[in-house]
Design a protein around this ligand. Structure first.
Ligand code: G
Ligand code: G
Ligand code: MN
Ligand code: NA
Length: 254
């Protein structure tokens, strides 16, 4: 397969890059974190979306080296920002289904953090609700072991993966990320208003924070603020940025 071959070379040829999307506190608008998002710039095809190549990386097994590269690169970036005096904030990295099923995932992650010398609490891992619920018992085990090490987890695309509340209660996650499909029509759709409000209140009662994804308008922000959502992420504030631009954004919104 052409794409898999090109992807194998992408790692060696330095064609992969991480962009960082700011996450802001809804109370004061300060940047409190970032989500690392993978970018692949192919010399001939241009930008290839992770939505396109992550599935191929999973099928071909390339997700293992790529996933490790993503974690290590995000960790090194945090160290660089730290050395440059940027206030400390966690960076969230997306975990794919295959990575999540790796037997030694906790050890792999703590090994990278140890090798790079970064405190464990600065790395956050995002797992989609669908992947977590696909094998919820395993998710509970892995979350327990990551939590024991002080590594934070959040549930991505929340609201799309039919969580059982009895499992959600057992998941040691610090944050629910409200899926952008509910945020998109928040201004017009009364059902989405109900869903988003309910997620925020449920999360609070379970001791979890909420972050809304895909925030694009002032009125979406106003609704989220009124209902006590903790953090926001979306084009209204910033698209995902190259590391240098993220740093500038964080400094002027700190
Ligand atoms: O940033 P963008 O909208 O192009 O991302 C498209 C999809 O790719 C999103 O679902 C996002 O979660 C996923 N994605 C981006 N970076 C990574 C990554 O490093 N690992 C995994 N597994 N998925 C990623
Ligand atoms: O699946 P995940 O939530 O990890 O994917 C995040 C994706 O959402 C990224 O590809 C990112 O580029 C995209 N994204 C981030 N903010 C917005 C936004 O405000 N609107 C839209 N439509 N997409 C966004
Ligand atoms: Mn995500
Ligand atoms: Na998401």
């Amino acid at each position: 397969l052409q794409l898999a071959g090109a992807l194998r070379q992408a790692l060696q040829r330095d064609e992969l890059q991480l962009h960082y999307q700011p996450q802001l506190s809804i109370r004061d608008g300060r940047v409190v974190g970032a989500e690392a998002l993978l970018r692949w710039r192919h010399p001939e095809w241009g930008m290839v979306s992770p939505a396109e190549f992550i599935p191929i990386a999973e099928e071909s097994g390339l997700i293992t080296p790529i996933g490790e590269w993503v974690i290590r690169t995000a960790v090194r970036q945090m160290k660089a920002w730290r050395a440059r005096g940027l206030p400390e904030m966690p960076v969230a990295v997306n975990l794919s289904a295959v990575q999540f099923r790796q037997e030694n995932i906790t050890e792999l992650i703590t090994r990278i953090l140890d090798e790079e010398g970064l405190p464990y609490h600065l790395l956050e891992l995002e797992l989609t609700e669908a992947v977590a619920m696909d094998d919820a018992q395993r998710a509970v085990r892995i979350m327990d072991s990551l939590h024991e090490q002080g590594i934070r987890m959040s549930i991505d695309d929340f609201g799309t993966g039919y969580s059982s509340l009895s499992y959600l209660k057992k998941f040691k996650v610090s944050k629910l990320k409200i899926d952008q499909s509910f945020v998109r029509d928040l201004d017009e759709d009364p059902e989405d208003k109900t869903i988003v409000g309910t997620i925020i209140h449920m999360a609070a009662s379970l001791g979890m924070k909420t972050i809304a994804e895909g925030v694009e308008t002032a009125s979406q922000l106003a609704f989220l603020r009124l209902h006590g959502c903790d953090e926001v992420q979306g084009f209204y504030f910033s698209k995902p940025l190259p590391a240098g631009q993220f740093e500038a954004f964080a400094r002027s919104n700190g």
